[in-house]
Design a protein around this ligand. Sequence first.
Ligand code: OAK
Length: 836
Amino acid sequence: VEASVPEGQRAAWKKHSAREFKTKEEFENEAVRHIETTLARSLFNCDEAAAYAGTALAFRDRLVIEWNKTQQRQTFADQKRVYYLSLEFLMGRALDNAMLNVGLKDVAKDGLADLGFRMEDIISQERDAALGNGGLGRLAACFLDSLASLNYPAWGYALRYRYGIFKQEIVDGYQVEVPDYWLDFNPWEFPRHDVTVDINFYGSVSQYVDDDGKQRSVWDNGEIVTAVAYDAPIPGYGTTTTNNLRLWSSKASHGEFDFTKFNSGEYEQSVADQQRAETISAVLYPNDSLERGKELRLKQQYFWCAASLFDIVRRFKKSKKPWKDFANQVAIQLNDTHPTLAIPELQRILVDLEGLGWDEAWTIVQATFGYTNHTVLPEALEKWSVPLIQHLLPRHLQIIYEINSRFLQYVEKTFPKEKDILGRVSIIEESQPKMVRMAYLAVIGSHKVNGVAELHSDLIKTTIFKDFVKIYGPDKFTNVTNGITPRRWLHQANPKLSELIASKLGGYDYLRDLTLLHKLEAFVDDKEFRKDFQAIKYANKVRLAQYILEHNGVKVNPAALFDVQVKRIHEYKRQQLNIFGVIHRYLQIKAMSAEEKKKVQPRVSIFGGKAAPGYWMAKTVIHLVNQVGKVINADKEVGDLLKVVFLEDYNVSKAEIIVPGSDISEHISTAGTEASGTSNMKFVLNGGLVIGTCDGANIEITREVGEENIFLFGNLAEDVEDLREAHHKQGFELDPLLKRVFETIRSGTFGDAGQFSALVDSIVDHGDYYLVSDDFKSYIDTQGLIDQSYAKQEEWVTKTILSVARMGFFSSDRCIDEYAEMIWNIEPLKPEANGA
Ligand code: OAK
């Protein structure tokens, strides 16, 4: 506001204010101008990469205009905002989404054709923004899309990693990791070199008495690293609202200290300091659902939380409102426990820096934060060692102890007879060394805690947070079932299906209200519609088959049943169950007569997904899939009856090709381990069916689409504990079909069996923790049912159409409305609202 143009000069300003292109001519004008002047290219050296850049920059200009307006509107509106703190945002590509939201894709397509380019080629020039591992990061990206589309005033906060998730190469069947340096050309980010925050680490805490005679703490004499903001516009669909994603990049602070070093000849040291500072935001940790307790990771977490909170508080303070209004202006959602340090950090700001009393500050903190839990797996629950926090964040450790002590006093008073409860719920685990349990801190510091699917939300209340339900009552815990954005996961990934649906529903309103899909049920018997629907699935399978031929050199028949499992490789997700099932199928085919073979439903088994670089068992699974593929694909006796491929480097943009091309997809985690799953929703929305366990959102998908339209199998979550215990106590009988599979592996059919022994042994000798053997028979039988069902194509098409029609519930728009109402208490701010 201070820097605004004086009243008298505004007319001149407005006259020259940026224009928005609307026509093909204007688009070409903008794109060529960018290619020639921004990129310094010409007619004679404009390749597809340059054409992409010109197109992206033309659309970026459009976004920026709306982004500025939205930010201005949100600043002037006296309204609460939500801040979504997530260490991961798995955004994928931005151009197609920008074109959809600006609404001028056809104009650009014609314009590009005039200039000699094809839209698909231009779109595929963009590299994925892959700042995430898997489900949690992609959920955050879908949420940003929905928040903007629903006009909620919202910002995302994360780190600007120089390296996103590694690229996966498959070399001789093994995963090899290659760094993903994605920032060479990123037209979507805006460096804000004027928006910086100095972040403190290490140092010590001292006490003093302030002017009012109050004891105060100061944290000083540490290492300082500067956070620099980089902003990216997040456009909404069907609205001009354009929200902000702010990513923090670390750099050395140019304080007196460095300067002295530099002058005194310690040049190398000052360069080393600089590199040390830049390391903080250098790389995304590639572990999915596993915590390793590395100091640099904790530094990342604090750096990001402290910069974001400073920013949020700075914005609040500009409003000149009293502190008691903070939680009426600010909601902060913690995406899992990674941002939990934001809790003691806000308490520190309020108490140490702003001088509020402890209780007053704590009331504000609890009212501000909400916490989403994404896993119950013990190895994924974050714990940080007390000595590490003491060293890195001495004042925060004091605050955490104070929070804990007050909490435990309350618990002791409320449950005087329960002696054990204090040890169980303490934020500090009394181990050697002592550990800070971040999930407990997150529960205690938030007003709401949610799980991400019904079963999961029930499970957290009866397992990891059981005692907290007793302490706080059940209302603090709630469920918000995950969702996906239909813009990317239907319209962009499957434009033909989207168009067909629009032709039946009378337009694209369903992309803003996905429940409108239910109207498709009326067309389930419409011959023409069924034919079109089926033809689109086939065309998407042809596209996927071409992709497979190009990338794997394997020719697959698009008429075969395409069976897909793409997700991070993890024992609990049980890709091993899938590949053992494939081996079983292979053995069956091998034993068949020519006559029998004629009755076999041909299948293509498609795998994809990254393994964490240090996760050997997961890497072994990848290797086995590739070895099995090599043998089966070359086996003339099998031919088209079975093909097995592993698609390299699964990511968001590849998912956009793979998902629409699937007939059946596998979501087969050991019951009770997959919190929700979100790709299950994407596959069904694109006319595929699911084979799944009674886990995560599979259960709600079943409720919505009807149990006749999904293939469920396996043991239930409620029986898993007992089965594991029985394995432990009595041992267990290996399923005979699985035994045969293991014998085949051991015989060397897929190469040296020694390479796969850890995988087999984990089941045979080490208790089969993930119950592969217990579920094997039921899995195989269910796959048999799928073959039969697929053979009756008319029935199959009916199932898929009805399923699509019933997926309305799984839009991330529904999900965000639930968060807004139940947890954040925020309202939309429509573009026309205050005339801005
Ligand atoms: C990653 C790191 C730590 C903790 C959890 C995760 C994670 O990705 N969890 C996944 O979150 C998704 C979104 O809620 C769920 O759909 C997946 O089931 C869950 O595994």
